[in-house]
Design a protein around this ligand. Structure first.
Ligand code: NG1
Ligand code: MG
Length: 466
C-alpha cells in the first residue's frame, strides 16, 4: 500500500555498496568539478523500467505490473548561479533536454515558485532511448526530483510522481502514469503492482520463489520507436480510440449524459472493485457491441453512434493531442484493454500465491500470460512490428516461458521470462538467431547493451555527502 507520507530516500554516497554505481558517481563528480569549479551538492537518480505485463492500459485507468531496471540513469547537480528566465517545452520534440524542461517546469508550476534557485547541472543517462524502457520518464522524474530538492521542497513520492506524470504530457504524448510510478516507487527485489484508481497506489510485489529463480531478459529489437514523432498515428491515437470506446460504452450501459466518462475504467463506479470476473463480462459486452464491425468506424459513423457532431468529437477527443486516422478501432482497442487488464490481475495472483504452486506451473502460467499479452498487442492493439514479432518467436524457441514487447511498442524491446539456469543458453540462442543475422556488425559492447538480464531494482533516490 502506498504511504501518503513516504519520501524519496536521501542517502549518503558512502552508504552505497554497489561498486559500479559508486564508480560512475565518482566519475561524474570529477566531471562536474572540471565544468563548474565546485563539487556538486547532490546527485539525483531515477531508473528506467521494464513492464512485465499490462500494456497500453495505464491511460485507461487499469493496473499494471512493471519493475525498475538495474540500469539507472541521470546524475545531476546544482549550485546557485544565473536564474533561468523562461523554459519552453517544445511539443512533439523528442530531444532529451525537452524532458528535462518538463520535470523542471512541472515542479516550479506546482510549487508556484517564481524565483527558483539557479542550478548547474550535469546529466548522464544509460537507459537506451526509444527502447520502451522509459528513458523519457526516468529523465522527467529525475529532473523533477532534482528541481524539488534544489528548491528545498518537501514533496512526497506520490506528489513527485503525479507532477511527473502530468508534466511529461507537455512534450506532446497523452501518456499514462506507469513509467513515472515505477521510476519513483520501485523497490529492490520487487516488481511493482501499480493501480490508478481510486487513487495512485503502488504495491511492491515479490515474484514467486522457484528452485531456479525466475529471471527476466530484456532484448532490444534495435528498431527505434520515436513515439513523440509518431504519436498522432500511434500512441495518441490509441488513447483517443480507448476514450471514444469509453464514452460510447458508457452511453450504452448508463444512458446518455456520460460527459464525465473519460476512460474505460470509468465504466466502474467508484466503489466497484475491478475483478477478473467483471473484466471478463465487459470483454464479452465489447464482443456483443462491436465484434460485427472489426474494421473500425469513420468520424461520420462515430458521430451517429455517439450523438455528437464531428466538431464536438474533435473538441472533446482530438483537439488537445492531435491525431490522424481514417478509421477509429473501438473493438480491437477496448477488447485489448479489458483482456490485458484481466491478465495483469491473473499475473499478480500468481505472484501472491505462487509459492504454493509447482515451479513448472508458476513458469508456465506467468509465461502464458505474457505470450497472450504479446499476441494481443500484435493483433488487437496494433503496436508491434515485424522485428519485435520475430524476436519474440526466437526468444520462445530459445526456451523462454513467455516473451512479449514491453513499453509502448512499434519497436524497442522485448522482455522474456527465463529460468535462471537457462540464461546463458538463451542469450546465445537469441544472439545467433537475431542479432548475428540482422545486425552482424554489432560490437561486443553493443551486444551487451542490446540483450541483458535485469533484476528488480530500487526506484529514485538523492545521493548526498559527495
Ligand atoms: P514508453 O514505452 O516508456 O514510452 C509508454 C507510456 C506508458 C504506457 C506504455 C504502454 C509514456 C511516458 N509512457 O511507455 O504510460 O502507456 O507506453 O503500456 O508515454
Ligand atoms: Mg517514453
Amino acid at each position: 500500500m502506498t504511504e501518503s507520507n513516504e519520501f524519496v530516500p536521501i542517502l549518503s554516497l558512502n552508504s552505497i555498496d554497489q561498486p559500479i554505481l559508486l564508480k560512475r558517481c565518482k566519475t561524474l563528480i570529477e566531471k562536474f568539478k572540471s565544468l563548474y569549479n565546485n563539487p556538486p551538492d547532490f546527485i539525483a537518480r531515477a531508473p528506467g523500467r521494464v513492464n512485465l505485463i499490462g500494456e497500453h492500459i495505464d491511460y485507461a485507468g487499469f493496473g499494471v505490473l512493471p519493475m525498475a531496471i538495474s540500469n539507472d540513469q541521470k546524475s545531476w547537480d546544482f549550485e546557485g548561479k544565473d536564474k533561468i528566465v523562461e523554459i519552453i517545452v517544445e511539443e512533439g520534440v523528442s530531444e532529451w533536454s525537452n524532458y528535462f524542461k518538463c520535470g523542471y517546469k512541472g515542479i516550479l508550476r506546482h510549487l508556484g515558485i517564481e524565483n527558483p534557485v539557479g542550478m548547474d547541472c550535469l546529466m548522464d543517462g544509460i537507459v537506451p532511448i526509444g527502447a520502451g524502457l522509459s528513458s523519457s520518464s526516468s529523465f522527467v522524474c529525475c529532473a523533477a526530483l532534482a528541481t524539488s530538492h534544489a528548491n528545498n521542497a518537501k514533496l512526497t513520492k506520490k506528489q513527485i510522481t503525479e507532477i511527473s506524470i502530468e508534466c511529461e504530457r507537455f512534450a506532446g504524448m497523452n501518456s499514462g502514469g506507469m513509467d513515472q510510478t515505477a521510476s519513483i516507487f520501485s523497490q529492490f527485489g520487487h516488481a511493482l503492482y501499480v493501480e490508478f484508481l481510486p487513487t495512485l497506489n503502488a504495491t511492491p510485489t515479490k515474484l514467486p520463489t522457484t528452485n531456479s529463480p525466475i529471471t527476466f531478459v530484456v532484448a532490444n529489437s534495435l528498431v527505434k520507436a520515436d513515439k513523440v514523432i509518431t504519436a498522432p498515428i500511434h500512441y495518441n491515437l490509441r488513447v483517443v480510440e480507448t476514450k471514444l470506446a469509453a464514452y460510447h460504452l458508457g452511453q450504452l450501459l448508463f444512458g446518455e449524459g456520460c460527459e464525465n466518462l473519460k476512460h474505460l475504467c470509468d465504466l466502474y463506479s467508484k466503489s466497484t472493485k475491478v475483478t477478473i470476473d467483471n473484466l471478463e463480462k465487459l470483454s464479452d459486452y465489447v464482443d456483443q457491441v462491436y465484434k460485427k464491425n472489426q474494421n473500425g468506424y469513420t468520424l461520420e459513423e462515430l458521430s451517429v453512434m455517439l450523438k455528437l457532431s464531428s466538431t464536438e468529437i474533435y473538441d472533446k477527443f482530438i483537439a488537445k493531442f492531435p491525431v490522424r486516422a481514417e478509421r477509429f478501432h473501438l473493438y480491437k482497442r477496448s477488447k485489448h484493454v479489458f483482456e490485458e487488464s484481466c491478465r495483469v490481475l491473473k499475473f499478480y495472483k500468481v505472484c501472491t500465491s505462487g509459492n504454493n504452486m509447482d515451479d513448472i506451473k508458476v513458469f508456465e502460467s506467468l509465461g502464458n500470460l505474457m505470450n497472450q499479452s504479446h499476441q494481443s498487442c500484435k493483433e488487437l492493439f496494433d503496436c508491434s512490428c515485424d522485428e519485435l514479432n520475430d524476436l519474440v518467436k526466437i526468444c520462445l524457441d530459445g526456451g523462454a516461458f513467455g516473451s512479449r514487447l514491453t513499453g509502448a511498442g512499434w519497436g524497442g524491446c522485448t522482455v522474456s521470462l527465463i529460468s535462471e539456469d537457462n540464461v546463458e543458453k538463451f542469450i546465445q540462442h537469441v544472439v545467433t538467431n537475431y542479432y548475428n543475422l540482422k545486425f552482424p556488425s554489432l560490437s561486443k559492447n553493443e551486444l551487451n547493451d542490446a540483450i541483458f538480464v535485469t533484476k528488480p531494482s530500487n526506484g529514485a533516490m538523492i545521493l548526498k555527502d559527495l
